[in-house]
Design a protein around this ligand. Structure first.
Ligand code: SF4
Length: 686
C-alpha cells in the first residue's frame, strides 16, 4: 500500500510488482482519493526501476576529495567517517550555525524528517534546518498562525465537494492537484458556486461561475476590496465577528479606501465583478477558500494569506464542516516536513524553539544538556550567508535548490563558496553536482513510513520492492552520521521513530500506526489514543490564539519588486504543469510522463504579445531578465494574459529560475517567483 509521492492530495495506490520491478500502479480507496488517481499517480512509478531516461539512480556513496577531482565510489564506512570529520571540523572552527541541513518533502516520510531535525539540533547544535515550504506555502503557515493560530488547512479534502461556494485564489488546481479538482467539479454538480481569481484562464476558470482575471501582482488590493464589499454592503456576519474575532475597527479603517472602484486600476477588474464575487461568497451557507502558489510566492504573501483568512472570519466560514481556508500543499509531504519541525523556528508538533520549557523537554528526551534557542536561517538565506562566509557547510537531503531556488546564478555562487556540501538523494540532481559527498538513499517504493497529506491527515505507506545497490534508508544514514559524530543514534525501524515523536508532540500523540492502518488516515490534532483525529479545526470557533479569537488583518497593497521597463517589458510568472513534478528528478525518469514535453521546455505567451514580437507558436526563443538568459520554446495561447508570460520550473536547459528574482516576503522569506521582468525574443535563422 503506497501513498502517491507527487502532491499533497495524498492519494492511496498499490504498486504492482513483477520480478522485483514495479510495473504498474492501481488506485486504492483512500480517504482523500476514493479510488481516483491522476496521470502522475498512474504513470509516475517507474523512476524507481532506474530507467536512466534523465539521470541514473545513485547506487553508491561517492566522494570527491577536492572540487577539481572526479567523484569516486567509496564504502559507507569511509563516507560516514569523512562526513563526520568534516562536519566536526567545521563546527569546531566556525561554530554550529555555520552548518545547515534540509529535510525532504518528497518521498522520504515523516520519520526521516524527524530524525534530520533531531540530528541538526542535538548533534550539530543549530536550528539551521529548513524545507521547501520556504519556497511554497511558508507564507500560509506564517500568516494563518497569526490570524487563526494554526498554519494548516482548516478542513479536510473530502469536505471540498460539500461546500456551497469555492473561492479559488491563485491556485491552478487542475495542474497542481488533479484529484482535488475533481472534488471541485463534484461541488459544482451539487450546486456550489465557483469563483476563480487568476490572471490566466486556468482550467478551473472554465467551469467558474465568475472568473476574475486580476492583474499580476494585485492580490492584496483585491483581497482588501473583497473585505471592503463585505463590510460596506453589510454582508458580513456581525454576530460572528463580535463573538469570535478581534481587530475589526483597525481592519475596517484600512480596507475603507479599497473600494472596488478604487482598485479597478490596480487589479484591472470591473468593480461590479468584485462586488458580485463577495455577494456570492457571503450568500453561500458554506464557503471554502482554496489557494496555492499564486498567493504565497510573492513579496507580500503572508499579508495576503492573513487577508484571505479575514474573509472567512468576516463571514463565519470556519469552525464547522464544509467551510474554511485551504492552503493546499504542493509536494506530497511538505505538510509533514513542517509537522516534523524541519523549520528553523519550531520543534516537531509546532513547538517553538524559543520556548525554554519546550527546549528543556526535547533536550531531556534526546539526552543532551541544552538545545539552541536562536531561530535558524532559512533556505532562501543560503546564497547570501554562504557568499558572506557565515555558512560553511550544507547537508541537503532530497531537495534540489540548484534547480528550484530563485536567481540560480546566486545559488551556484553560494554552493561554490561553501567548504563542504553533502547531498543525500536518489538521483544525480543539479545540486549534487556541487556536492563533495553524495549519499545514495532508498526511494519511495523501497521504504515505509508516514506522510502528511495537505489536509493534515497522517497516512501510512509501505515498501513494495527491495532497493538495489549499496543504498540505505535516509534515517539510517543520518543515524550513522550522528553516531560517528559522538551522539549514538540507533533505530530498528520507522515505528520506533514515530513512537518517539508521538511522545514529544501532544497534537500527534494519539496518531498511532495501528490507528492509521485501521482508519486509513488520522488528521491531527489527535491528542488521545481513543480519538479519530480532527477533520476540521477551530471547533466551537475557538482559535489557537491568546484569548481564543481570530484576528482580522489588513494592510496596504505593495507593488511587486522587479520593475518593468522598455528593455524588460513582460512579466514572467513561474507555474506548475500536470505531468511533471518539482525539479523533475522523479517524473523526468518516468517513461510515460517524460513524453508529455521535453527540453528546453516552453514559455506560454498571449497571441497579441507573440504577434507584436514576431514570435510563432513552437518557435525557439530567448527569455532574458536582469539575472540571466535561457532558451525555450514559445507556446502561443490565449489562456495567457497579455503582458505576462509563464514558465514551468523543472527544465534543465530552459530553467526559468535563471531569470527569477531573489526578492522575498519579509516574514516568510518566500521568493517572489510570480513576478520577474523579462524580454522574449525570437531566435533568428532557425
Ligand atoms: Fe493524487 Fe496528487 Fe498523486 Fe495525482 S499527483 S495521484 S492528485 S497525490
Amino acid at each position: 500500500m503506497a501513498v502517491c509521492p507527487y502532491c499533497g492530495t495524498g492519494c492511496k495506490l498499490n504498486l504492482l510488482v513483477e520480478g522485483g520491478k514495479v510495473v504498474g500502479a492501481e488506485p486504492l480507496n483512500g480517504v482523500t482519493n476514493e479510488g481516483e488517481l491522476c496521470l502522475k499517480g498512474y504513470f509516475g512509478y517507474d523512476f524507481i526501476n532506474d530507467t536512466k531516461i534523465l539521470t541514473p539512480r545513485l547506487r553508491n556513496p561517492m566522494l570527491r576529495r577536492s572540487r577539481d577531482a572526479a567523484f569516486e565510489a567509496v564504502s559507507w564506512d569511509e563516507a560516514i567517517r569523512y562526513a563526520a570529520t568534516k562536519l566536526g571540523e567545521i563546527k569546531a572552527k566556525y561554530g554550529p550555525d555555520s552548518i545547515m541541513t534540509t529535510g525532504s518533502s518528497r518521498g522520504t516520510g515523516n520519520e526521516t524528517n524527524y530524525v534530520m531535525q533531531k540530528f541538526t539540533r542535538a548533534v550539530l547544535g543549530t536550528n539551521n534546518v529548513d524545507n521547501c515550504a520556504r519556497v511554497c506555502h511558508g507564507p500560509s503557515v506564517a500568516g494563518l498562525q497569526v490570524t487563526l493560530g494554526n498554519g494548516a488547512m482548516s478542513n479536510s479534502i473530502p469536505e471540498i465537494e460539500h461546500t456551497k461556494c469555492v473561492l479559488v485564489f491563485g491556485y491552478n488546481v487542475a495542474d497542481s492537484h488533479p484529484v482535488i479538482a475533481k472534488r471541485i467539479i463534484r461541488a459544482k454538480e451539487r450546486g456550489a458556486k465557483i469563483i476563480v481569481c487568476d490572471p490566466r484562464k486556468i482550467e478551473t476558470a472554465r467551469l467558474a461561475d465568475l472568473w476574475l482575471p486580476l492583474n499580476n501582482g494585485s492580490n492584496m488590493a483585491l483581497v482588501n476590496a473583497f473585505a471592503n464589499v463585505l463590510i460596506n454592503e453589510g454582508l458580513y456576519n456581525k454576530e460572528y465577528v463580535a463573538n469570535h474575532t478581534e481587530g475589526f475597527d483597525e481592519y475596517k479603517k484600512i480596507v475603507e479606501k479599497y473600494t472596488p472602484e478604487y482598485v479597478e486600476a490596480i487589479t484591472g477588474l470591473p468593480a461590479a465583478d468584485i462586488r458580485e464575487a463577495m455577494r456570492i461568497y457571503a450568500a453561500a451557507p458554506s464557503a471554502t477558500i482554496l489557494w496555492g502558489m499564486g498567493v504565497t510566492q510573492w513579496g507580500q504573501g503572508v499579508d495576503v494569506v492573513k487577508g484571505l483568512s479575514g474573509l472567512a472570519l468576516l463571514t463565519g466560514n470556519l469552525g464547522r464542516p464544509n467551510v474554511g481556508v485551504g492552503p493546499v500543499r504542493g509536494q506530497n509531504n511538505v505538510q509533514g516536513s513542517c509537522d516534523m519541525g524541519v523549520l528553523p523556528t519550531e520543534f516537531p508538533g509546532y513547538q517553538k524553539v524559543t520556548d525554554p520549557e519546550i527546549r528543556a523537554k526535547f533536550a531531556k528526551a534526546w539526552g543532551v544538556d541544552s538545545l539552541p534557542a536562536e531561530i535558524g536561517c532559512r533556505l532562501t538565506d543560503v546564497p547570501h550567508l554562504a557568499e558572506t562566509g557565515k555558512l560553511k557547510a550544507m547537508y541537503v537531503m532530497g531537495e534540489d535548490p540548484a534547480q528550484t531556488e530563485p536567481d540560480l546564478t546566486q545559488v551556484r555562487k553560494g554552493f561554490e563558496a561553501m567548504e563542504f556540501v553533502i547531498v543525500q538523494d536518489i538521483f544525480m540532481t543539479k545540486t549534487a553536482m556541487f556536492a563533495d559527498l553524495i549519499l545514495p538513499a532508498t526511494s519511495w517504493g523501497e521504504h515505509e513510513g508516514v506522510f502528511s497529506a495537505a489536509d493534515r491527515s497522517f497516512q501510512r505507506f509501505t515498501k513494495a520492492v527491495d532497493a538495489k545497490g549499496d543504498v540505505k534508508h535516509d534515517w539510517e544514514i543520518i543515524s550513522l552520521l550522528a553516531t560517528a559524530m559522538g551522539y549514538p543514534m540507533h533505530y530498528d525501524n520507522t515505528r520506533q521513530i514515530w513512537d518517539e515523536l508521538r511522545e514529544l508532540c501532544p497534537i500527534f500523540y494519539g496518531a498511532t500506526y495501528e490507528k492509521m492502518e485501521g482508519l486509513g488516515a488520522v488528521p491531527w490534532p489527535c491528542r488521545d489514543l481513543d480519538s479519530p483525529g480532527s477533520k476540521y479545526l477551530y471547533e466551537g470557533n475557538v482559535f489557537q490564539r491568546p484569548g481564543g479569537k481570530g484576528l482580522l488583518f489588513a494592510t496596504e497593497w505593495r507593488p511587486p519588486q522587479d520593475q518593468l521597463t522598455e528593455e524588460f517589458p513582460l512579466i514572467l510568472c513561474t507555474v506548475r504543469e500536470v505531468g511533471h513534478y518539482s525539479c523533475r528528478s522523479m517524473t523526468g525518469n518516468c517513461a510515460a510522463l517524460q513524453t508529455l514535453a521535453d527540453e528546453p521546455g516552453y514559455v506560454t505567451i498571449n497571441p497579441k504579445d507573440a504577434k507584436a514580437l514576431g514570435i510563432r507558436d513552437q518557435e525557439l526563443v530567448w527569455v532574458s531578465s536582469r539575472r540571466g538568459k535561457v532558451i525555450t520554446r514559445a507556446s502561443v495561447t490565449d489562456r495567457t494574459n497579455k503582458g505576462a508570460v509563464y514558465m514551468t520550473y523543472q527544465w534543465w536547459i530552459g530553467a526559468c529560475n535563471e531569470l527569477t528574482i531573489h526578492a522575498v516576503d519579509p516574514i516568510a522569506k518566500t521568493p517572489e517567483y510570480k513576478y520577474a521582468a523579462v524580454r522574449v525574443e525570437p531566435i533568428a535563422d532557425q
